[in-house]
Design a protein around this ligand. Structure first.
Ligand SMILES: [Zn+2]
Length: 243
C-alpha cells in the first residue's frame, strides 16, 4: 500500500487517517495545502521531466536513494516559470514582465500552478533561474523546459507511456476526490464529527461528502492498482455510513 501511495503522494485514504501528504511527508490535514499544484499536474511534471533536472547539461537525478531506507529522497524543486509571488526579489514576477511578455505568456500568468508554468530542477539550478540578476526570462525558461521534456520524451518506450498514462488517470481521480471532499479544509469540515462526543456536520459539507461518494462510485477505475482502489472503496463505505 505504502509503495502505491508514495507513487501518488497519498497515504492510506480512509476518512480518519486520511489523505494527502506532500513529498516531504507532511500531512495536509489540519492545515491548508502548501501549494495548489494538483496531484495530476505534479505527476505529469515528474513523468515528463524523467525525474531529472531540466537545466541544460545538469542531468542530476531528483530522487536520490538513501542507504538503508526504503524510499528515495526527493531533491527536486517544482519551479514556477512566471513566479508565484509578485516580488522584485524573484525573477519573472508578473510586475517585472514587459507588455509583450504578458501577452505572449498570458496563459502561464493565468494558470500559475498549471503544468505549462512549472519546470522541475535541482536545488542549485532552481536558485540560479530564480535569481533576478541571472537573466533567465520567461522565454528562456520555457525553452529549457520544452527542450528537456522533448529529450526525455524521445527516450520513453511505448510500455512506459502506457504505464505513465495509468498513473495520470489515477492522479486525476485523486484530484477529483480531494476537491469533492474538501481536503484542504478537512479539519474545519469534519473535525467536529468525532471531536467532542457530539457529532455534527454542516448540511452543505454532508452534501459534498454524499456527492463525493456518488462520484467515486461512478469512476471507471484502471484496475492496475487494486490496493489503492480498495482503499478508496473503504473511503466510500465509511462516507456511506456517515451520510
Ligand atoms: Zn540542476
Amino acid at each position: 500500500m505504502q509503495q502505491i501511495a508514495d507513487k501518488f503522494g497519498v497515504t492510506r485514504p480512509t476518512i480518519f487517517s486520511n489523505a494527502l501528504t506532500d513529498r516531504g511527508g507532511r500531512s495536509y490535514i489540519g492545515g491548508r495545502m502548501p501549494s495548489a499544484i494538483s496531484v495530476r499536474t505534479r505527476r505529469r511534471l515528474w513523468i515528463r521531466s524523467g525525474g531529472y533536472c531540466a537545466f541544460p547539461d545538469c542531468n542530476q537525478t531528483l530522487l536520490e536513494p538513501i542507504e538503508g531506507a526504503d524510499d528515495d529522497t526527493n531533491v527536486g524543486i517544482e519551479c514556477h516559470i512566471v513566479s508565484r509571488k509578485d516580488s522584485p526579489a524573484v525573477a519573472r514576477s508578473v510586475s517585472s514582465l514587459t507588455p509583450a511578455e504578458r501577452q505572449d505568456f498570458a496563459s502561464l500568468i493565468a494558470d500559475r500552478h498549471g503544468f505549462s508554468n512549472l519546470v522541475l530542477m535541482c536545488a542549485r539550478h532552481s536558485l540560479i533561474i530564480d535569481d533576478p540578476h541571472a537573466g533567465f526570462d520567461v522565454a528562456r525558461v520555457v525553452q529549457i523546459k520544452r527542450a528537456h521534456e522533448a529529450t526525455m520524451n524521445a527516450k520513453r518506450s511505448d510500455a512506459q507511456r502506457r504505464a505513465d498514462d495509468l498513473v495520470l488517470r489515477y492522479a486525476a481521480i485523486i484530484d477529483g476526490w480531494q476537491q469533492r471532499v474538501g481536503l484542504d479544509e478537512w479539519q474545519t469540515r469534519y473535525g467536529r464529527v468525532f471531536g467532542d462526543g457530539h457529532p455534527r456536520m454542516d448540511a452543505e459539507h454532508l452534501n459534498d461528502l454524499s456527492e463525493a461518494r456518488r462520484w467515486m462510485f461512478s469512476r471507471v477505475w484502471p484496475g492496475t492498482e487494486p490496493v489503492l482502489e480498495e482503499a478508496f472503496e473503504n473511503f466510500r463505505y465509511v462516507a456511506q455510513d456517515l451520510v
